[in-house]
Design a protein. Structure first.
Length: 111
């Protein structure tokens, strides 16, 4: 059950970060703020009018913190995996170089 929830969360968070990181999402957020600001005189700049934008931004910020943390964790895991593979390749190359250097004197003597 835990794996099912984790997989679903990762799929959802990847989809959200792909879509909310787009220029269209930014434009939509700017449009929303503009509509809110323009509606100020209609609501006489009341406390409720201000509370709407404050609550909305607080909720979005709260949820985005978890999304960003998940994205950061995935990025770190991918980097660690890539570094491990590079370390393995480096060890193999060093082993080959040492083998070649060890055989070098034998090649000179044979010539």
């Amino acid at each position: 059950m835990k794996k099912f929830i984790t997989n679903r969360f990762e799929i959802l968070s990847e989809w959200i970060s792909d879509n909310l990181g787009s220029p269209y999402a930014f434009m939509a957020a700017c449009l929303l703020v503009a509509v809110w600001a323009i509606s100020g005189p209609v609501f006489q700049f009341s406390d409720t009018w201000q509370l709407v934008i404050n609550t909305g931004t607080t909720i979005c910020t709260f949820l985005m913190v978890f999304l960003l943390q998940n994205t950061g964790n995935r990025t770190i895991d991918e980097m660690e995996e890539r570094l491990r593979s590079l370390e393995f390749l480096n060890r193999e190359l060093l082993r080959e170089i040492r083998t070649m250097k060890a055989l070098e004197p034998d090649i000179r003597e044979a010539a």
